[in-house]
Design a protein around this ligand. Structure first.
Ligand code: GLP
Length: 233
């Protein structure tokens, strides 16, 4: 793992956008994208850059089950607002939260990932070490599945909703096995609340209790952390 420590999330976003540019210039065509507060500065920098994704494909990590694309809390809406409106891709895929048939939706999405293998996967990390929505205990070889969110994740994500009760309890998420097949992985973490998870990911035992710890086994991972998130390393 290559660890890059930056001053703050703004410097982190700049560095991440540079890596997107490098990979794009070297021929990357399929970009795995993430949502949440963490990648916002990266998307701001990409939007301000001359990157052109009109010949490329994006594949997002996850979506809440039950939320429609025009729901402001959905990850479809987030992506549209933060990136796609300004930097459209030839084709953008996200799990379909309105398809309540989990079997058909997870199968469809796994096929999407198999058809368009990911060149560069952007990741955040949950306070409990989750990646995508793969909560502690998820198998390292998992494919796309419907995940029952843990209480800690629901609490952490409730800051984006009016009430705790409004946070969906399930999500569709790309599996850890699928994330691990990306050619390159770029994980970002900013803030003190991520310090414990970052330490466990980088220096801890590789265990399903900390899903992100499997990244120690991936041959091409760059981690961008601010000083707060790196404070326990
Ligand atoms: C969410 C997302 C993850 C994200 C993580 C951290 O649950 N499913 O993909 O990395 O939590 O979110 P944030 O960046 O808002 O801290």
């Amino acid at each position: 793992m290559e660890i890059i420590v930056v001053k703050d999330k703004f410097e982190g976003g700049k560095k991440a956008a540079e890596i997107f540019k490098q990979e794009h210039d070297s021929g990357a065509k399929v970009f795995g994208l993430a949502t949440g507060g963490t990648p916002e500065t990266t998307y701001e920098q990409i939007v301000a850059s001359d990157l052109d994704f009109s010949d490329d494909v994006s594949v997002n990590l996850d979506e809440y089950v039950g939320l429609a694309p025009d729901d402001k809390q959905s990850y479809h809406y987030y992506m549209q607002h933060h990136l796609f409106d300004k930097k459209p891709f030839k084709k953008s895929y996200l799990p379909d939260g309105t398809n309540l048939d989990a079997k058909s939706e997870t199968k469809r999405y796994s096929q999407v990932i198999a058809t368009d293998p990911i060149d560069l996967q952007l990741l955040g990390i949950g306070e409990n070490g989750h990646i995508g929505f793969n909560e502690p205990g998820s198998a390292f070889d998992s494919t796309t599945s419907k995940i029952h969110l843990t209480d800690s994740t629901i609490k952490a994500n409730s800051r984006y909703f009016d009430n705790y009760e409004d946070v969906p309890k399930y999500a569709y998420s790309m599996g850890i096995g699928e994330i691990m097949r990306a050619k390159k992985i770029l994980l970002e973490a900013f803030g003190k609340n991520k310090a414990k998870a970052v330490k466990a990911m980088v220096e801890g035992e590789v265990t399903t209790d900390v899903p992100a710890s499997i990244l120690q086994k991936h041959p091409n991972v760059t981690v961008i952390v601010d000083e707060d998130a790196a404070s326990l390393l």
